[in-house]
Design a binder for this molecule. Sequence first.
Ligand SMILES: Nc1ncnc2c1ncn2[C@@H]1O[C@H](COP(=O)(O)OP(=O)(O)OP(=O)(O)O)[C@@H](O)[C@H]1O
Ligand SMILES: [Mg+2]
Length: 419
Amino acid sequence: MNSIRIRFSLMLVGSVLCVVILASAVMSQMILGLVEKDFRDGLTSRVAAFSNSITFRGNDAVFHLQPAPIEGKLLEAPTKLLQEAFQKSQANFDIFVKQTPDGQRWASIKMGPGWLSWPIREHAPPPEVWWGLAGWMVLITVGVIGVALTVAHQTTNQLKLLQSMAMSVGKDGVLPVLKEEGSIEIKATAQALNMMGASLKKAMDSKIRLVAAAGHDLRTPMTRMRLRAEFLNEREREEWLHDLDEMDHIADSAIQLVREETVGKGTEHVRLDELVGDVCAELALIKMRVTIAGLDHSSVKISPLALKRALRNLIINAATHGGGAIVSLRVHDRRAVVLIDDNGPGIPEQFLASAFEPFFRADPARRQSIPGAGLGLAIAKEIVERQGGTLEIENRQPHGLRQTLSIEIDIANVSSVAA
Ligand SMILES: Nc1ncnc2c1ncn2[C@@H]1O[C@H](COP(=O)(O)OP(=O)(O)OP(=O)(O)O)[C@@H](O)[C@H]1O
Ligand SMILES: [Mg+2]
């Protein structure tokens, strides 16, 4: 009984049966009324007609036949019908159906020397029958439409449930574990989705492990190549070591893209202004040009390790590609907005959209002076979006780039921050 299929079937069959029974009950009441009327009116008119043709003598009745059939317009169809009926029953009577000027139909039949006439009804059903039939059809149609609309509503309700399930897929692509309750079908769907989510997570984890392992394994042959480079002449050795440095950087970034740092160990309440300050101080220590232009107090619920990595990538970009980073943090409209500005060349407008793609490098000519894998922005965007934030870049006027990281502030901790 807890199955949607059984519930729908019972509801459908029950509703259609109710509609048909109700409509047929109304129709049969109407037919009964008509039959009763026919029985009553037919009998009284016939008795009245016969009583005019009979006289009584003591206990005997004398029947007066008319010399001719009744006067009126001959009705061919009913006449033919009755003649054929008499012929079939071997009764050889002359019979005519006529209509008198007052609209009454009469049957006149020849009996011996005279004619006997009596009133008859039309042999077509009265108009009430057609009205009744139309009413019956309207009732059935309205009833079935009502049932269909109810069933459609119930069905789409179930689809809404699936839609909300699909909407609850996390930003990281991981399906949340669904409650396995409700009707049999919903339970089965939730179970199937939970199984799918588990297999997807397993597949994603193994892919992550594979990429990390590949990056890691690259290190051994690269160390061997570094050793072999020692046997080359000085000019060649420098070129080899430069290329190997770049490969090292790419391998590192590939590993970090999938490491725990990116995924995050879990979220916690963090003072964002302190975290931004720490990253700036850490980069200033390694002689990067970083200026802080004001940090509003704010608390966010994030994975601090992952967000630090994202901020580091963005500030390094401004310091290296942009020649110096100006970092500020403002709280606006329940969001903490970190702006990382620089006065460098910016990124050509036509490339802005692809800057977040892995291995994107705006200016291949700069490749030599500023080494990089082209993964920093891709990693930062991945981290920020996984934490529920947004990351955007735009060119500044007259030149430079603005990187905007925005994340919802932790309302629960606002009062403690203010205090
Ligand atoms: N502030 C900036 N000003 C100008 N160009 C920038 C800036 N930030 C990024 N870019 C351009 O976007 C490209 C991609 O940046 P991204 O951080 O992804 O890679 P990268 O800095 O080259 O290498 P890495 O993986 O080491 O970060 C850069 O190569 C650079 O051409
Ligand atoms: Mg970078």
